[in-house]
Design a protein around this ligand. Structure first.
Ligand SMILES: Nc1ncnc2c1ncn2[C@@H]1O[C@H](COP(=O)(O)OP(=O)(O)O)[C@@H](O)[C@H]1O
Ligand SMILES: [Mg+2]
Length: 309
């Protein structure tokens, strides 16, 4: 069942859901619908967006803050617009907390503390990726649905733990080489803590905990699009577990020649996708007559997803 890709894989294990695909295919809409559908079933859900356009504010018709914000009408459904500038501060606080727990030379720890207080030296984007890693390590929610900005941003974010771990390892090696001379071991311990978190994120991203779903319109060669994204994720060992064919014309409304023809075109591509990916969970989400704006509309999409075979 498609729903099995969305609920926690087992008790006590957080499910992470990512949606990939071209701009405008419905990633943000479906992220909101999945999160809402799960919240309606009682799961503790976070909808985390890194999209600067804050699409979720327009979809949920609510001002979602850069801190976790309760979605109207729910106790168990939170949303957040992960803001780059705010992320710098949040990450800085996380690091300072870690520094507080370090053992080692007092002077060095004081130096590290002052350094991180004054100078978090993180490019904005990287800061929000660190918040992403923090969420991958959190067990506060049963499900976290990520909505990413368009373009290569999705892959940038999801591959960040690999790239960052690589940098951290190099840095640790260099610092270990000079540690005998400098006596600076607390910083090594700090970097090792960062490395550990990135390793854990990597493990989760390539495990049953993560569901990467691809959203496609059943129009314009979706198979090529799907294969391209599958290939881009392969080096990281992140499998695409499901395909969402969005904006499928409901058969019952295709009564005139124009829409009958359009529906036929969609059916051709749906068949093509199903043949090409026989082992993947595939669902069809209908096109509805309006934009998907407001909780009631999102609920309609959620119902289609949650009841899919
Ligand atoms: N199943 C659907 N039925 C009707 N409109 C939809 C559906 N899915 C998405 N839309 C509309 O398509 C537009 C683009 O969706 P969006 O979720 O912002 O795409 P993305 O995040 O992939 O760029 C929005 O106006 C949204 O309301
Ligand atoms: Mg979007």
């Amino acid at each position: 069942m498609f729903k099995d890709l969305l609920i926690p894989p087992k008790k006590g294990v957080t499910r992470f859901v990512f949606l990939g695909g071209k701009g405008g295919v419905g990633k943000s809409t479906l992220a909101a619908a999945i999160a809402l559908g799960l919240a309606e079933e009682g799961y503790r859900v976070l909808l985390a967006s890194t999209d600067l356009q804050k699409s979720q504010n327009d979809i949920l018709l609510q001002d979602i803050g850069s801190d976790e914000t309760r979605v109207n009408g729910f106790d168990n459904f939170m949303a957040i617009n992960i803001d780059a500038k705010e992320s710098i501060r949040k990450h800085q606080l996380e690091v300072l907390k870690k520094i507080g727990n370090l053992k080692g030379d007092e002077a060095e720890i004081l130096f590290l503390k002052e350094y991180w207080e004054k100078n978090p030296v993180l490019p904005c984007e990287t800061a929000s990726y660190n918040v992403f890693v923090d969420y991958m390590n959190s067990d506060e929610y049963e499900v976290i649905v990520f909505d990413t900005a368009p373009g290569g941003h999705n892959l940038d974010m999801i591959s960040y733990p690999w790239k960052h771990l690589d940098r951290l390892k190099k840095s640790i090696t260099v610092k270990k080489e000079v540690a005998d001379l400098t006596g600076k071991v607390a910083e090594i311990e700090l970097l090792e803590k960062f490395a550990e978190e990135n390793i854990k994120a990597i493990e989760k991203l390539s495990s049953e905990a993560t569901s990467y779903l691809l959203v496609l319109h059943p129009e314009m060669l979706p198979v090529y699009e799907a294969k391209r994204i599958l290939d881009s994720l392969r080096p990281y060992g992140i499998p695409v577990k499901g395909l969402v064919l969005n904006e499928v014309l409901p058969e019952e409304v295709c009564t005139n020649p124009f829409f009958k023809e359009r529906r036929k075109l969609q059916e051709k591509y749906i068949k093509m996708v199903r043949e090409e990916f026989p082992n993947m969970e595939i669902i069809e989400v209908p096109l509805i007559e309006t934009e998907v704006v407001g909780i009631e509309k999102v609920k309609r999409i959620a119902k289609a997803i949650m009841s899919a075979p």
